[in-house]
Design a protein around this ligand. Structure first.
Ligand code: SF4
Length: 470
C-alpha cells in the first residue's frame, strides 16, 4: 500500500494490573470498559504464581473471547490486556495482542495502542539482521528491538526498553510486562493517552480513565510524553527516555474516540465536547427549532449547542445499542448497511421542525448524508448540519482509521460542495482555535485537519538515516 492508500483504522486499547489478586479478571473488566476502542479481537496475558506467563486471545468482543473458566485459567496478580481494531497489519488472530515473547533473559509480554510510522523500515532492518516476525503488526517491532538489546542477562531491561523506544517513531501507548513488573510507556508527542490508577495495594494502567471507575480504582496520574513508568514492588518509578517531547494529544480522542466519562490529559471528554458545541453555536448559529445530536459521540456537543443557543435539545435520532459503531466496521458496504440498521429518526419529534443536526466529524460523508435524508423523510422541514470539528482533509499515520485519502469528502470539495452532497440546508465546521479552547491547551495533534504532522513520517530510509533512526 502506498502512504495515501493506507486504511486509517480506529485504534486500540490497553489495560494492565500490577499487584492485585485476580489480575486477569480485573483486566477483563478493564478491557470491557475499553471495548469502544476496538472490537475485532482481544487478549490477556497473566503472570501465574510460578512466574510463568499464560495468554488467552481471540477474535471478537471481550465477552465473546473470555468466560469464567478461561479467566480462572489465568491466575496471578499481574496481567496486561488489549482490545484491537486492526491498524498496521490488518486482521487475523496472529495480530491480536498482547504478544508474548520467550527469551533467555526472561519472558515478556507487550500490548500497544497506536501506530509506528517507521515500522516498515525498522522491520526490514531487523529481518536483514535475522529477526523472524510472528505477525504483520507494527507492535512486534518494539519487541524485536528489546530482544536484540537484551543480550546481557545482568543488564536491567529498562535500558533495552529505552533504546527500543528511542528507535521507534509514531504514536504509542505500550505496556510491557515481565515476570515481576509492568513498564508503561508513552510516545514522545503524547499522541495516545495512558493513565495510572491505584487499586488496593497495587496499580492499574489504562488507555482511558473510564476503566478505573468500573473497578473502583483511584486515578493517580497520566504517563507523560516520552516517559516510561516502571511499576513494581518499589511503587512507581519514572524515567524520561527522550529529552525531546511535546504534548500533541490526538484531537480525535476528545472529538470522537474516547468515552465521555474519561479524562484525557486531565480534561474530561464530555466537558470538552460540550464546550465545543457551545463554541460551534457561537461560530455558526442556525435559525432553527430543535437541536439533535448523532448518537453517541455527538450528544455532548449537541447539548452544548442547545445550551448556548437556547434551542431545545431533542432526541430526534435513536440508536440501536447492540450494533457496533459504523465508523469502525471494515468495509464500505458493511458501513452503509450498519448505518441503516443502527439509527432511526423519531418522527413525532422532527416532523415539521427546522433541525440543527450536530455531528462530531465528517469523514466520507456517506453517514451524514444518510442521516440528513432520514430526517427529511421523517418530516423535518430544514436540516442545518453543524460539525464539532474542522474538515478532515488528510490521512492519519498514528493508528486511526478515518478513510483513504481519496474518500475524504472534505479533501476534495469546498464546504458548499459538501453541503450540497449531504443535502443539507446549511453546513458549518468548528475552527481549530475552538478545539484548543475546548481542550484548555495550546497544543494538540490536528494533522488530519491541517496536515501538520507532529512526527516525521519516515516514508523512506534516507529520512530515517538522517535522523539517526538506524
Ligand atoms: S492525525 Fe488526526 S486522528 Fe491522527 S493522531 Fe492526529 S488528530 Fe488524531
Amino acid at each position: 500500500m502506498t502512504m495515501y492508500d493506507r486504511g486509517l483504522n480506529e485504534e486500540c486499547g490497553v489495560f494492565g494490573v500490577w499487584g492485585v489478586p485476580d489480575a486477569a479478571t480485573l483486566t477483563y473488566y478493564g478491557l470491557h470498559a475499553l471495548q469502544h476502542r476496538g472490537q475485532e479481537g482481544c487478549g490477556i496475558v497473566a503472570v501465574g504464581p510460578d512466574g510463568d506467563m499464560k495468554r488467552i486471545k481471540g477474535e471478537g468482543l471481550v465477552t465473546e473471547v473470555f468466560n469464567e473458566d478461561r479467566l480462572a485459567s489465568l491466575p496471578g496478580n499481574m496481567a496486561i490486556g488489549h482490545v484491537r481494531y486492526s491498524t498496521t497489519g490488518g486482521g487475523g488472530l496472529e495480530n491480536v495482542q498482547p504478544f508474548l515473547f520467550r527469551h533467555h533473559t526472561g519472558d515478556f509480554a507487550l500490548a500497544h495502542n497506536g501506530n509506528l510510522v517507521n515500522y516498515a523500515l525498522l522491520r526490514q532492518q531487523l529481518e536483514d539482521k535475522g529477526s523472524l516476525f510472528q505477525s504483520s503488526s507494527d507492535s512486534e517491532v518494539l519487541a524485536h528491538l528489546i530482544k536484540k538489546d537484551s543480550g546481557e542477562a545482568h543488564r536491567p531491561r529498562i535500558y533495552a526498553i529505552e533504546n527500543a523506544l528511542n528507535a521507534v517513531e509514531g504514536a504509542f501507548a505500550f505496556l510491557i510486562m515481565t515476570s515481576n513488573r509492568i513498564y508503561a510507556c508513552r510516545d514522545r508527542h503524547g499522541l495516545r493517552p495512558l493513565s495510572i490508577g491505584r487499586l488496593g495495594d497495587g496499580y492499574v494502567v489504562s488507555s482511558e480513565t473510564c476503566a478505573f471507575d468500573v473497578l473502583g480504582a483511584e486515578f493517580v496520574r497520566d504517563v507523560e510524553p516520552g516517559e516510561v513508568v516502571t511499576i513494581d514492588h518499589h511503587g512507581l518509578r519514572s524515567r524520561k527516555y527522550s529529552e525531546k517531547w511535546s504534548h500533541d494529544m490526538c484531537a480525535m480522542e476528545y472529538i470522537y474516540f474516547s468515552r465521555p466519562d474519561s479524562d484525557i490529559d486531565g480534561k474530561n471528554v464530555h466537558s470538552f465536547r460540550k464546550t465545543s458545541g457551545k463554541l460551534l453555536f457561537q461560530e455558526a448559529p442556525a435559525d432553527a427549532d430543535i437541536v439533535v445530536g448523532v448518537p453517541d459521540s455527538s450528544l455532548s456537543a449537541a447539548m452544548g449547542y442547545s445550551e448556548a443557543s437556547g434551542l431545545p435539545y431533542e432526541m430526534g435520532l435513536v440508536k440501536n445499542k447492540y450494533i457496533g459503531r459504523t465508523f469502525i466496521q471494515p468495509s464500505q458496504a458493511m458501513r452503509e448497511k450498519g448505518v441503516r440498521m443502527k439509527l432511526a429518526p423519531v418522527k413525532s419529534i422532527v416532523r415539521g421542525k427546522r433541525v440543527v443536526l450536530v455531528d462530531d466529524s465528517i469523514v466520507r460523508g456517506t453517514t451524514s448524508s444518510r442521516i440528513v435524508k432520514m430526517l427529511r423523510d421523517a418530516g423535518a422541514s430544514e436540516v442545518h448540519v453543524r460539525i464539532a470539528s474542522p474538515p478532515i482533509k488528510m490521512p492519519c499515520f498514528y493508528g486511526v482509521d478515518i478513510s483513504t485519502y481519496d474518500e475524504l469528502i472534505c479533501a476534495r470539495n469546498t464546504v458548499e460542495e459538501v453541503r450540497r452532497s449531504l443535502g443539507a440546508d446549511s453546513l458549518a465546521f468548528l475552527s481549530e482555535n475552538a478545539l484548543f479552547q475546548a481542550a484548555g491547551r495550546n497544543s494538540l495533534c490536528l494533522a488530519c485537519f491541517n496536515g501538520n504532522y507532529p512526527t516525521k513520517l519516515y516514508q523512506n530510509i534516507e529520512d530515517a538515516n538522517k535522523d539517526g533512526k538506524f
